[in-house]
Design a binder for this molecule. Structure first.
Ligand SMILES: [Zn+2]
Length: 351
C-alpha cells in the first residue's frame, strides 16, 4: 500500500507500508533524487535482519552507502552519527530500527541539515513520522526536528519484531483520544490555536484501533499495518499542527514524569496507555473502553503490569504538569491533587 500524504509544507512524501518494502529503499531514494552518500543508522540486533535487503536494494540502484551502528538513544549517539555523516559527506540519513534509532537518526540529520528517511522495524511509537525526537538527557519531552522525507515500513520485518513493541505502539495510538481532548480544552479555555484537520487525523487513528483491536491481538498483517499507519498519521498530524499538540497531552506528560521518577519501568507507549486510562477518567470520558482495548491487544493497564508502586503512579499524575507547565490540559482543569490522583488511579483499577 502506498499512501501519498500532505505535510505541513504541502509537499508529498512517499510512504510505503507493505510486505517486502525494504527491497524498494533504493528505488525510493532515486525517486527523491538521492543518487549516493547514504548513511544507514541502525543497531546491532536490527541490522542482522535488514542489512542484506537494504544493501542489495541500494546497490541495485547504484547508491553508495555506509552503515553506522548505535547502542542507545543518547546525546553521545547523536554526536557520533553527526561526526560520521560529516566525515563521509553523507547526503541522506536512513534510520533503520525502533524508536531510539529513529530519534537519533532524525535529530542527527536535522542538525546536519540533511534529509532523513524513516525505516521503522517496529510499530512501537509515533516518532516514525513526526517532526519531533526524544533523546534522554537533552530534554524531558520531545524536541523539534525535521520530518522524514520518506517512510518505508516493511510489514514483514515489523511483524517479526517482539510483539510487546506493537502492543506498546497501541498505547501510543490510543493516547490520541485524550491528547486531542486536551487540545480542544486548551482551545476553549485559553484560545490556543487549533487545527481541525490535524486533530481529526490523530483522533481517528486512535478510534480505528479501538474498533479493530482484535486484528492486532490476532497478529494479522492487517493488524500490524493498522498500528504502523495509525502511528504514521499521528506523526503527520504533528507536522500539520506544527507542534506535538494533536498527539501528546497529559497522558504523555504522565509518561515523561514516570521516565524521570522511575526510569526504564516500561516502554513509552505502555506508559502512555496507562496515562490515557487515567486522563480519560479525569475528562469524564469512556475510560473503560480504553482499558478493554489495551487488554485486548495485550498492553499493560495497571501499575503492577509495569512493576511500579502505587505511590509512584500518584506522584507521576501529580507531577506530570511540571513537564510542560505552558500546556493547558485536564490536569489544570481539574486542579490535580494527590487525593484526586489516587481516586482516578483506584477507580480505573490502575492501582
Ligand atoms: Zn508518544
Amino acid at each position: 500500500m502506498r499512501l501519498q500524504v500532505k505535510t505541513g509544507k504541502k509537499v508529498h512524501i512517499p510512504i510505503l507500508t507493505e510486505e517486502g518494502a525494504l527491497s524498494k529503499v533504493g528505488e525510493i531514494c532515486l525517486g527523491l533524487g538521492i543518487t549516493g552518500g547514504a548513511l544507514v543508522v541502525s543497531d546491532p540486533i536490527v541490522i542482522k535482519v535488514t542489512e542484506d535487503k537494504i544493501s542489495n536494494s541500494l546497490k541495485e540502484s547504484g547508491i553508495d552507502h555506509s552503515f553506522k551502528l548505535i547502542e542507545r538513544a543518547t546525546k553521545f549517539a547523536v554526536d557520533q552519527v553527526r561526526e560520521e555523516a560529516r566525515k563521509l559527506k553523507s547526503r541522506v540519513i536512513l534510520g533503520v530500527g525502533g524508536g531510539g534509532v529513529i530519534d537519533v537518526s532524525k535529530l542527527s540529520a536535522s542538525q546536519e541539515n540533511i534529509p532523513f528517511i524513516s525505516v521503522p522495524t517496529a510499530a512501537s511509537h509515533d516518532g516514525i513520522a513526526s517532526p519531533r525526537a526524544k533523546i534522554n538527557h537533552i530534554a524531558p519531552f520531545s524536541i523539534e526536528a525535521n520530518s522524514p522525507i520518506a517512510i518505508i515500513a516493511d510489514i514483514d520485518i515489523i511483524s517479526k519484531a517482539p510483539y510487546r513493541l506493537t502492543a506498546s505502539g497501541c498505547g501510543d495510538l490510543i493516547a490520541k483520544l485524550t491528547s486531542v481532548k486536551d487540545w480542544e480544552l486548551a482551545h476553549l479555555r485559553k484560545n490556543e490555536r487549533f487545527d481541525k484537520q490535524a486533530a481529526t487525523m490523530a483522533k481517528e487513528s486512535g478510534e480505528y484501533l479501538v474498533r479493530n483491536a482484535k486484528l492486532v491481538r490476532d497478529k494479522t498483517k492487517k493488524g500490524y499495518q493498522l498500528v504502523v499507519e495509525g502511528l504514521i498519521k499521528s506523526g503527520i498530524a504533528m507536522a500539520l499542527a506544527g507542534s506535538s499538540r494533536p498527539s501528546s497531552g497529559a497522558e504523555h506528560m504522565f509518561s515523561h514524569k514516570l521516565d524521570q521518577i522511575a526510569p526504564n519501568s516500561a516502554y513509552h507507549g505502555e506508559q502512555c496507555g496507562i496515562g490515557t486510562i487515567i486522563m480519560m477518567y479525569l475528562h469524564d470520558g469512556d475510560w473503560k473502553t480504553i482499558v478493554d482495548t489495551l487488554k485486548t491487544v495485550g498492553a499493560p493497564t495497571t501499575a503492577k503490569d509495569i512493576h511500579v508502586d502505587s505511590e509512584i503512579i500518584i506522584k507521576a499524575i501529580c507531577g506530570a504538569k511540571e513537564i510542560r507547565s505552558d500546556r493547558y490540559t485536564i490536569l489544570d482543569e481539574k486542579k490535580i491533587n494527590p487525593k484526586l490522583a489516587e481516586e482516578a488511579a483506584t477507580v480505573t483499577g490502575v492501582i
